[in-house]
Design a protein around this ligand. Structure first.
Ligand code: R5P
Length: 276
């Protein structure tokens, strides 16, 4: 078995290869003058573990070309961050269900697909061969022994944060919107008093940072001593990180499903475990 490190996941691929005691294949990625991507994989085995997050259109094209280059191999596709999963239904008539198209493409090449915390059950439902790794225990263990409380930015992420907090051994809550009157909506923790506490807001994705920024402002207003933001997938679109720090976030922490400076927690061991 060889691990193929894609353009978007070189570090995580190396870590997974180390966990599996497997070798990395020799790859060449180039870009032609017109912008097209070129892929060559020279020494693949019959079994190929392709590691490539989809965080851009180029990532998706590179993935497709890697699959094609591996035409004689049995392919396991490890897509740590499954982009396009937020368009998991037709929100308006005539729209593409993007994740359905992506799932069909990946599964036309791969015998098995491994991902980490896909955006929704709807998104997962378009795959037939999907194995999902939950990063919440991993993030939770990272905070174990620290005197923090965890908060979900909404009810939708509550179950995820509950798992995270159980592994961290800390209290947890979620933020709820309370309508004060026709003009005013207040966001506040359902029952936890965050005054004087070090709070960690936990979510699956930080994209624009908007969700975390709103939650941070609210928690600091409520008297939190400090606010950290932890997520699985650090999409960090545009200048999200600057905006988070400007809003008073003390620290941003993420896993390495998307390789960023803030990716201090690795999902490599958990992915390797499902591949063994
Ligand atoms: C929403 O369903 C997700 O759990 C995240 O809260 C969301 O994707 C974060 O996006 P943003 O950083 O743009 O607010």
């Amino acid at each position: 078995m060889k691990v193929i490190a894609g353009t978007s996941s070189p570090l995580l691929a190396k870590r997974i290869a180390e966990c599996l005691n497997a070798k990395l294949a020799k790859t060449t990625f180039k870009r032609f003058p017109d912008g097209e991507i070129y892929v060559r994989i020279e020494d693949a085995d019959e079994e190929a573990v392709v590691v490539q997050s989809i965080n851009s259109n180029d990532d998706l094209v590179a993935l497709m070309l890697m699959f094609d280059a591996l035409e004689d191999a049995e392919i396991v596709a490890v897509i740590p961050y499954m982009g396009y999963a937020r368009q998991d239904k037709k929100f308006n008539e005539g729209e593409a269900i993007s994740i359905r198209a992506v799932a069909r493409l990946i599964e036309s090449y791969a015998s098995k697909v491994v991902t980490v915390n896909i955006h929704s059950r709807d998104a997962a439902s378009y795959f037939k061969k999907l194995i999902e790794v939950d990063a919440m225990p991993i993030i939770g263990r990272y905070y174990a022994g620290r005197d923090v409380v965890m908060v979900s930015p909404d009810l939708g992420s509550y179950e995820r944060v509950k798992v995270c907090a159980e592994y961290a051994g800390c209290e947890f809550d979620y933020l709820e919107k309370v309508r004060i009157n026709a003009e005013t909506v207040e966001i506040k923790p359902k029952s936890l008093d965050v005054k004087g506490k070090d709070v960690v807001i936990v979510d699956d994705i930080i994209s624009t940072g908007g969700t975390m920024i709103e939650a941070t402002k609210m928690l600091l207003n409520a008297g939190a001593k400090s606010v950290e933001c932890a997520c699985v997938h650090a999409v960090l679109a545009g200048n999200a990180l600057n905006r988070l720090y400007s809003a008073g976030v003390r620290r941003v922490v993420a896993t390495d499903t998307i390789e960023r400076a803030v990716s201090v927690i690795s999902v490599a061991e958990s992915i390797a475990n499902v591949l063994r």
